[in-house]
Design a protein around this ligand. Sequence first.
Ligand code: ATP
Ligand code: MG
Length: 215
Amino acid sequence: MTGLLGGTFDPVHLGHLDVAHAALRALSLDQVLFIPANIPPHRHAPRASGADRLAMVTLAIAGEPRFAASAIELEAAGTSYTAVTIDRMVAAGRTREDLCFIAGADAFAGVASWHDYPALLDRCHFAVVSRPGFPASAVRTRMPAFADRMIDAKDRYQTPARTSIFLIDAPTAPVSSTDVRACIDRGAPLTGLVPDVVAGYIDAHRLYTREAHGH
Ligand code: ATP
Ligand code: MG
């Protein structure tokens, strides 16, 4: 099974790598594709260009052969919708049972507002990974209508009859891209927040500084 980690990645940080590793391990995935959104729905536009966000993701995952970056959303014009991205992958030859969309529990809490919900949840498997302050198990009580398709990743030996929602509680770094951008704004070091190669890229390209804002 291939994991799809969608996000804005503005910029990619150590929490994202932890999420991908947690899903890889819990679900024995073959690979995880990191998919930066072109224009994310429901939020402000990214500060960095798509090309810079993709370049940073590519640098961040270079040491992990089971991680890859995908430009599928950046290459499509306009707003990026998870349902549309999954359909495009299926049209290109993937099977739905072989795809698992990975989301942090904070992001998944808003799934009812995603394009084509609830049919979206039939598109492929989903994996919800905890984020500090957002346990994955809370999704069960939040979405009782879907509780019958939620499976603790630990109990995965039950072969799901249809697309499932795997729940994964795992430690991930308490970092957000918002924190990273705030650190850059005040000139604080990014040690422990992003991989060193990403910090180097941000510095070399002067991303997220006040002067760069709006360019
Ligand atoms: P921002 O602060 O700009 O919203 P972010 O850190 O939330 O950025 P996104 O690109 O929005 O990063 O996140 C992409 C996906 O990764 C989302 O599903 C999000 O829930 C998940 N994610 C990001 N950081 C973590 C983390 N530290 N732990 C668990 N999940 C995370
Ligand atoms: Mg976010």
